[in-house]
Design a protein around this ligand. Structure first.
Ligand SMILES: Cc1cc2nc3c(=O)[nH]c(=O)nc-3n(C[C@H](O)[C@H](O)[C@H](O)COP(=O)(O)O)c2cc1C
Length: 145
C-alpha cells in the first residue's frame, strides 16, 4: 500500500506533525510548496493548520490542482489553537474530486499567541502517530477485502 504525507505550514507545527507521521510510515513528509506530484497514492495524509477559521489558501489551491484519480483516499490532520476547527472546505474539495476522505479527522493542539504554548508537544505527536497507524491499518484492510 502506498501512503504519502503532505503538509502546508505557516509556523512549523504542521511540518512537525507531518514529519512524525512520515517517519513512522517510513516515507518523506513533503511540503506542498515543493509541488509534490501525486501518483497511484492509496492513502494521502494531509497536514495543515487553521487560519481565520479556514485551511491555508495555498493548501486549497494545491488540492484544487491535483488529479483526483491519482489518490484513492485522504486523511486530514489539522493543527489549530482551538483544537475544534476542522478543514471542512478541504474535505469538500477532495470529495468533489471523488477522493474519499476518512471520516475521522485528527485535530492536534497547536498554538497561537498565548494559547497552547509549546504545542504540539511530544504527546501530541504520539497521538498523531497513533491516528495515522490506525488509519493505515483500516485502509489496508479495505484494500485487501
Ligand atoms: C494568522 C493566524 C490565524 C489563526 N487563526 C486560527 C483560527 O481561526 N482558529 C484556530 O483554532 N487557530 C488559529 N490559528 C492558530 C493556528 O491554527 C495554529 O498555530 C496551527 O498550529 C498553525 O499551524 P502551522 O504552524 O502548521 O502553520 C491561527 C494562527 C495564525 C498565525
Amino acid at each position: 500500500m502506498k501512503s504519502r504525507v503532505i503538509y502546508c505550514t505557516k509556523t512549523g507545527h504542521s511540518r512537525k506533525i507531518a514529519r512524525a507521521i512520515a517517519q513512522e510510515l517510513q516515507v518523506q513528509a513533503e511540503d506542498i510548496k515543493t509541488g509534490p506530484v501525486l501518483k497511484d497514492v492509496d492513502l494521502l495524509f494531509i497536514v495543515g493548520g487553521i487560519y481565520a477559521g479556514k485551511s491555508d489558501p495555498a493548501m486549497l489551491g494545491y488540492i484544487n490542482n491535483i488529479d483526483g484519480s491519482m489518490v484513492r483516499k485522504a486523511a486530514l490532520v489539522t493543527s489549530c489553537a482551538s483544537k475544534k476547527q476542522k478543514q471542512g472546505m478541504l474535505r469538500e474539495l477532495l470529495e468533489s474530486k471523488q477522493i474519499e476522505v476518512v471520516a475521522d479527522e485528527f485535530l492536534c493542539q497547536g498554538s497561537f499567541l498565548f494559547v497552547g504554548l509549546g504545542r504540539p508537544n511530544k504527546a501530541d505527536l504520539s497521538h498523531a502517530i497513533a491516528y495515522a497507524t490506525r488509519v493505515v491499518a483500516e485502509v489496508q484492510k479495505q484494500i485487501e477485502n
